[in-house]
Design a protein around this ligand. Structure first.
Ligand code: NAD
Length: 267
């Protein structure tokens, strides 16, 4: 008789978000979906705002909006608040990539990417803040905004002028907002992922001549020899939004496998 293989342990998440409500922009894929799923697993009621909410994780409330429309974001945040019964946590995560030097992208492309990556965060925050203020008053320590920024904000990456400028703006926005809202009891932080294994990276690799070889080369370039996972970035976002981070505001948490902090000698 053969013995059945042991089932892996299902993580037992603390229910430390019980009674809390959250909205994740860009929550239908990659880092946002992992964050929405983890917040849900830890007891939060979660809405996912996305221009294509079809991939919103099970148990979340999908709301359709493109973050380039202020009216659509206002309406979607209003719908989320109605359906969740309030809003304690905003995760501003929706964003897109852009490759090239300043000579490669015309003004129209700069305007398009900045509209999504920077103004998209501003619009979500503007719509959420009145609700976060109420949440902070009703349950001190519960209100927060966490942005998905990038190590591109400070790393000086080649071929990423527009993307880096957009994330540099998100970092500065995060710090300024943290100052503006600290006395209202609303914390504002960001995470800086390195290269994270999400459908976005999959799409980039698919454009390569040999995607598997390109993926192996990408892994080999990472200090840990592998990409950061979406779940690892989500865990950092959820920490920053959690009661455990009640005194953490105006900070950028790198989740990059050591890409920025380590000074490794070439092998
Ligand atoms: P992804 O493409 O897997 O997911 C992005 C999600 O955002 C999608 O569901 C998409 O529909 C949504 N979205 C995009 N534009 C939108 C818009 N205009 N309005 C509404 N929704 C929109 O990407 P990901 O890798 O999970 O990236 C999420 C965030 O993480 C982005 O802000 C990105 O800049 C940042 N980031 C990613 C990496 C990485 O290596 N993957 C590294 C650093 C930072």
């Amino acid at each position: 008789m053969t013995t059945a293989p042991a089932a892996p342990d299902v993580p037992r998440y603390p229910q430390d978000f019980a009674g809390l409500t959250a909205l994740v922009t860009g929550g239908a894929s990659g880092i946002g979906a992992a964050t929405a799923a983890l917040l849900t697993a830890r007891g939060a009621r979660v809405a996912v705002l996305d221009r294509d909410p079809s991939g919103a994780p099970e148990g979340t409330v999908p709301v359709l909006a493109d973050v380039t429309s202020d009216a659509a974001v206002q309406a979607a945040v209003g719908e989320a608040v109605d359906r969740l019964g309030g809003l304690h946590i905003l995760v501003g995560n929706a964003g897109i990539g852009a490759i090239g030097t300043v000579e490669d992208n015309a003004d129209e492309e700069w305007a398009r990417v900045l509209d999504i990556n920077v103004l998209g965060m501003v619009r979500a925050a503007r719509a959420a803040l009145p609700h976060l203020r109420k949440a902070a008053a009703a349950r001190p320590g519960s209100a927060s905004i966490t942005h998905t920024c990038s190590i591109a904000a400070t790393a000086g990456l080649p071929q990423r002028a527009l993307y880096s400028a957009s994330k540099g703006a998100v970092l500065a926005l995060t710090l300024a907002m943290a100052a503006d809202h600290v006395r209202e009891g609303i914390r504002v932080n960001c995470v800086n992922p390195g290269t994270a294994d999400t459908p976005w990276i999959g799409r980039l690799l698919d454009q390569a001549e040999d995607p598997a070889a390109e993926r192996a080369a990408l892994d080999a370039r990472q200090p840990m020899g592998r990409l950061v996972t979406a779940d690892e970035v989500a865990a950092a976002i959820v920490y920053l939004a959690s009661p455990a981070a009640a005194s953490v505001t105006g900070t950028a948490l790198a989740v990059d496998g050591g890409m920025q902090g380590l000074r490794l000698r070439p092998a």
